[in-house]
Design a protein around this ligand. Structure first.
Ligand SMILES: *[C@@H]1O[C@H](CO)[C@@H](O)[C@H](O)[C@H]1NC(C)=O
Ligand SMILES: *[C@@H]1O[C@H](CO)[C@@H](O)[C@H](O)[C@H]1NC(C)=O
Ligand SMILES: *[C@@H]1O[C@H](CO)[C@@H](O)[C@H](O)[C@H]1NC(C)=O
Ligand SMILES: *[C@@H]1O[C@H](CO)[C@@H](O)[C@H](O)[C@H]1NC(C)=O
Ligand SMILES: *[C@@H]1O[C@H](CO)[C@@H](O)[C@H](O)[C@H]1NC(C)=O
Ligand SMILES: *[C@@H]1O[C@H](CO)[C@@H](O)[C@H](O)[C@H]1NC(C)=O
Ligand SMILES: *[C@@H]1O[C@H](CO)[C@@H](O)[C@H](O)[C@H]1NC(C)=O
Ligand SMILES: *[C@@H]1O[C@H](CO)[C@@H](O)[C@H](O)[C@H]1NC(C)=O
Ligand SMILES: *[C@@H]1O[C@H](CO)[C@@H](O)[C@H](O)[C@H]1NC(C)=O
Ligand SMILES: *[C@@H]1O[C@H](CO)[C@@H](O)[C@H](O)[C@H]1NC(C)=O
Ligand SMILES: *[C@@H]1O[C@H](CO)[C@@H](O)[C@H](O)[C@H]1NC(C)=O
Ligand SMILES: *[C@@H]1O[C@H](CO)[C@@H](O)[C@H](O)[C@H]1NC(C)=O
Length: 482
């Protein structure tokens, strides 16, 4: 059966890993240009200088604040040379703690072993000490996807327990962003454990209970994935889909028993591009010898598939009652220039305008983020400190590669991809694979209505049947679940 299923999840789903904008409410340059609506001081902040908003949000920051307050420190020699030793100003300096050289091991690059055919050895060295991870068996390491630039994708694989690997479905998880680590999916969404107060806790809802899970940090530079060359970052779909396919091929050399297992590619938000792009790479080689990968389906959540899904960004703020018409009117110049950039197919420009528009809408509606307007704080990235500890770094073979749950370099490099569409890919893939599209309906960035309306425009040999289908409530354990 080839069909799309829509599940509007009524419970609160935190849809992480998508790009929001940093909304330091007081930092936005407020300059006259647009007249305030009323004389009320609290609304006067609606003077918005479109140009300055652009400048204010350059870099397209993820909103959630996970930085750790740290006093600046100075080295001993520098401290000795500070001329004015009596000044109170020196209180802001602290001598740096002597640097401890803890050995965090080295990053495990598996590709050379795989190339030499030493797959057993590769597999053995990728093994993660399960004692540190509540006993869950797993493997991790790096797969080289471009040797010229020494670009490597990091993976962390959890085989299903107590079930045969070769027939149990397996899922590859790709986070959105672009530039958000798939370890967010592992620790905050579908993986077997989560970090609470720096301690691992079991996740009773993990998808691992019935599937093997493979998390890949993608594109290069995201999470623990890295490149050693400025030009190694992906700027387009051709590059990231090629990288993902190359990594998958190497991974399957290490775990050949997974080849016959039904494979599902899953992800949310920006992964609405990665998931079908990777699927197409597999599909293109479907009948070629040695490329037998049993792709069974695709799973996308609040997915960004097509520019049409984001072009009416402002309206949910109005319809959810977060903004009134006059406030939307304030953002009108930005809405128009965003639309123009989309019409001109100018990705970088559209991304800038989109950023600005999101910033303004969040600012006007006093929202801290755009992923669940019922929650003030989005708890995400709690796992990061845990991941940076020496025992964990050693256990998952990452050495001293820097980890950030969002890599802004990756995000910025991907700007030319912003307006790409994967709609034609889905239209082809739907004739061969199952597609599950779900959405959490409190998301303001890719609201259910815009994603669903776009799905309804897809043309494939089952689209008539799909449009004809009746929408049913999703009942789980006798309760409405979606
Ligand atoms: C402006 O609106 C705020 C919030 O509704 C209210 O607390 C404040 O008293 C108002 N100020 C004036 C000057 O009307
Ligand atoms: C982020 O956290 C740091 C340290 O706690 C704090 O100084 C800073 O003001 C915070 N930024 C925002 C935007 O909340
Ligand atoms: C400043 O104070 C430090 C420690 O109190 C001392 O070691 C250093 O010699 C002083 N430097 C100068 C320039 O007086
Ligand atoms: C090893 O990791 C720890 C914890 O992140 C860090 O403090 C230390 O500097 C690292 N060691 C080296 C040699 O970089
Ligand atoms: C590595 O990346 C560069 C730039 O994207 C590309 O020109 C080159 O063909 C890539 N090499 C391989 C082996 O994929
Ligand atoms: C985490 O620790 C804080 C402070 O010790 C405590 O207030 C909080 O309840 C803890 N959270 C959980 C989920 O255990
Ligand atoms: C796992 O699969 C079994 C049967 O295949 C099913 O009974 C069970 O409900 C599934 N568990 C979860 C958590 O989905
Ligand atoms: C982003 O990726 C680049 C390339 O791997 C790396 O040099 C940089 O440190 C990363 N930034 C963060 C915040 O992780
Ligand atoms: C937009 O531009 C990209 C290349 O920059 C091109 O591949 C794509 O076909 C264009 N889309 C439209 C709708 O013209
Ligand atoms: C996109 O728009 C920007 C700003 O208007 C302009 O500098 C740039 O040349 C445009 N790019 C393309 C490919 O038209
Ligand atoms: C759609 O096309 C595919 C491939 O040609 C075929 O296998 C499938 O049965 C068709 N589905 C329907 C509903 O006609
Ligand atoms: C669509 O629904 C109509 C009315 O129930 C039915 O006659 C028709 O065969 C359906 N078409 C498809 C493709 O299912």
């Amino acid at each position: 059966m080839k069909h799309v299923i829509f599940i509007v999840v009524l419970c609160i789903i935190n849809v992480y890993g998508r790009v929001a904008v940093d909304v330091h409410h007081d930092d936005i340059n407020l300059v006259a240009g647009v007249k305030p609506l009323t004389k009320n001081e609290s609304i006067i902040k609606t003077h918005i200088d479109i140009e300055n908003v652009d400048n204010a949000v350059q870099g397209n920051l993820i909103h959630v604040n996970i930085s750790i307050a740290k006093k600046p420190c100075v080295t001993k020699t520098l401290l000795e040379n500070i001329a004015d030793n009596d000044s109170d100003d020196n209180n802001e300096f602290e001598p740096c703690a002597p640097e401890v050289k803890i050995d965090n091991g080295t990053a495990l690059i598996l590709t050379p072993l795989i190339k030499e055919g030493k797959v057993k050895e590769a597999r053995k060295s990728a093994r993660v000490d399960s004692k540190l991870f509540l006993g869950f068996k797993s493997y991790s390491g790096f797969l080289t996807v471009n040797e010229t630039y020494n670009s490597n994708l990091f993976f962390w694989f959890f085989p299903v327990a107590n079930k045969p690997l070769n027939s149990t479905p397996w899922i590859i998880w790709l986070q959105g962003g672009p530039g958000a680590s798939s370890l967010t999916g592992l620790f905050d969404e579908i993986g077997p454990f989560t970090v609470i107060n720096e301690t691992l806790k079991r996740n009773p809802y993990s998808w691992l209970s019935n599937h093997s899970l493979l998390f890949i940090d993608n594109p290069v530079g995201t999470g623990y994935s890295f490149t050693e060359h400025e030009d190694g970052f992906a700027k387009d779909m051709a590059t990231y889909s090629q990288h993902l396919y190359t990594a998958l091929k190497q991974f399957l050399q290490m775990f050949p028993e997974l080849r016959p297992a039904p494979l599902f590619l899953a992800g949310e938000s920006y992964a609405g591009k990665y998931v079908p792009a990777m699927a197409m790479e597999i599909h293109k080689r479907k009948d070629k010898i040695g490329s037998d990968i049993n792709l069974e389906g695709l799973i996308i959540g609040n997915a960004y598939v097509d520019p049409d899904m984001i072009s009416h960004l402002a309206w949910p703020f109005y319809y959810f009652g977060l903004l009134e018409k006059e406030q939307i009117e304030i953002a009108k110049p930005l809405i128009d220039s965003f639309q123009q950039a989309i019409n001109a197919n100018n990705s970088s420009e559209a991304k800038n305008k989109w950023n600005s528009l999101v910033t303004v809408l969040l600012f006007l509606s006093h929202q801290k983020h755009a992923y669940n307007f019922l929650e003030d704080e989005l708890v995400v990235g709690r796992y990061v400190n845990f991941l940076r500890t020496t025992p964990v770094k050693r256990a998952i073979h990452v050495g001293d590669i820097k980890f950030g749950w969002v890599n802004m370099t990756v995000n910025v490099k991907m700007a030319p991809d912003f307006l790409s569409t994967t709609k034609p890919m889905f239209e082809r893939l739907l004739e061969h694979y199952k597609v599950l599209a779900y959405c959490g309906q409190l998301d303001l960035m890719l609201p259910c209505v815009f994603t669903s309306e776009n799905y309804r425009t897809w043309k494939w040999n089952g689209s008539e049947e799909f449009l004809n289908a009746t929408r049913f409530p999703y009942i789980f354990n006798s309760k409405l679940a979606g």
